[in-house]
Design a protein around this ligand. Structure first.
Ligand SMILES: Cc1cc2nc3c(=O)[nH]c(=O)nc-3n(C[C@H](O)[C@H](O)[C@H](O)COP(=O)(O)OP(=O)(O)OC[C@H]3O[C@@H](n4cnc5c(N)ncnc54)[C@H](O)[C@@H]3O)c2cc1C
Length: 370
């Protein structure tokens, strides 16, 4: 089949790899002018490890392993450790592999078969599914037809909006925003500790791995109305959320995050779509079932979903309805479990009050004394 994939994140690249290897002709369009590889380290967990093995990337994934969660500490304003982040609270098993997001994206890019047509600065403007083919016009003005369109364009998916409905219908805001930016001044050779300062409803942290440091921020807020592509607006909202906080390293971390042209900023919001396919269009990854960074499972879900979709297309041939339904039956339980896990995330990492911060610290110290 001739398949168009919208989005070259983890889900889109995995789809490109799996579908092309299964013999399909694949084109991927990515809205940005480059692969968006930034962000904090991510995890390949549980059954996604087997998928990585099937894709032939498990050795590379393991070779890039880092272990940040072992050394993650909640600190007070003077950088004194007050509680450890207990790894068992998060991991599926000791086999889980944590690696820099940029490394995984590079591994996936390198595994993409040469015949996959990957186009940057391109996106779908309109699509019409007439039952036998999907006619697509692109932002560039190009027009083309496809047997299947895969929406792998993330939490703010254009494919979902065009085919399934407006974003607000599928979004469950968890009341927290996240921002991740470079923190070059915080990288100290040999220091791999991740430190997090909590203030009520606020989290500011430094994550260190290899020779890098990232500033990570979370803050509680109801939905904020802004254009999610507008980075200047994102930086302004971040600055406002931490305005007046002079504690610890917060002012300098906010400053370096603001200087990062690739700052990652988004609402922590679950995506629930009642059915992930309609006609010849199917959703995978965050576009279908975003579980948020709180779940620590977005990348694993991306690997699993692209793999299941490819296998079921292989099994059911031209019967797309059967293939997409079977994909969904396999993938739903993983997505639902990850979304359930995410719901507890805010209370763990961004407690709302001083009392809640202290109660969380006491619980963590009891599980793993300092
Ligand atoms: C820059 C960035 C940083 C991230 N950092 C973290 C992190 O630190 N921790 C974490 O847990 N998760 C992070 N995530 C989310 C994480 O990547 C996903 O949860 C997971 O990997 C599933 O990926 P996905 O491919 O479904 O979605 P995404 O990773 O969001 O990828 C979607 C891709 O589609 C592209 N796109 C968007 N709209 C269009 C369009 N209209 N047309 C074409 N392309 C489009 C985007 O530019 C992006 O490359 C980050 C995502 C991004 C984009």
């Amino acid at each position: 089949m001739k398949i168009l994939v919208s989005g070259a994140g983890a889900a889109g690249l995995c789809a490109g790899i799996d579908l092309a290897r299964a013999g399909h002709t694949v084109e991927i369009v990515e809205r940005a002018d480059h692969l968006r590889v930034n962000g904090s380290p991510i995890d390949v967990r549980g059954d996604a490890l087997e998928t990585a093995r099937g894709m032939g990337i498990l050795d590379a994934v393991r070779a890039h392993r880092i272990t940040m969660t072992e050394q993650t500490m909640f600190v007070d304003r003077s950088s004194e450790a007050v509680a450890p982040l207990v790894t068992q609270e998060i991991d599926d098993s000791p086999d889980d592999v944590e690696l820099p997001r940029e490394d995984l994206m590079t591994i996936l890019r390198q595994a993409l078969p040469a015949e996959v047509d990957l186009r940057f600065t391109e996106s779908i403007a309109t699509l019409v599914d007439d039952g036998s083919r999907v006619a697509v016009t692109f932002a560039s003005g190009r027009e083309a037809g496809y047997d299947v369109v895969v929406g792998a364009d993330g939490v703010h998916s254009a494919v979902r909006r065009l085919v399934f409905g407006p974003e607000r219908e599928f979004t469950e805001h968890l009341g927290v925003y996240v921002a991740i930016g470079d923190a070059p001044g915080q990288a100290t050779p040999g220091n791999r500790t991740t430190e997090i300062l909590n203030l009520p409803g606020r989290f500011a942290g430094v994550a260190r791995y290899r020779d890098k440091a990232l500033g990570i921020f979370e803050f509680r807020s109801g939905p904020i109305d802004y254009d999610h592509h507008d980075r200047a607006a994102q930086k302004r909202i971040l600055a406002e959320a931490f305005a007046g906080i002079e504690d610890w390293k917060v002012p300098e971390l906010i400053k370096t995050a603001q200087d990062d042209p690739e700052l990652y900023f988004d609402a922590i919001a679950l995506i629930h779509v009642p059915a992930w396919h309609r006609g010849r269009v199917v959703l995978i990854g965050d576009a279908a079932h975003c579980a948020t960074p709180m779940a620590g499972r977005g990348t694993s879900l991306a690997l699993l979903g692209a793999w299941a979709l490819t296998e079921e297309l292989g099994r059911h041939g031209d019967d797309l309805e059967a293939a997409f339904s079977a994909y969904e039956r396999r993938q739903r339980p993983y997505a639902t479990a990850a979304q359930e896990f995410a719901r507890g995330g805010a209370d763990l990492v961004v407690p709302a009050t001083w009392e809640a911060i202290e109660a969380r610290n006491t619980r963590l110290r009891a599980a793993q004394p300092l």
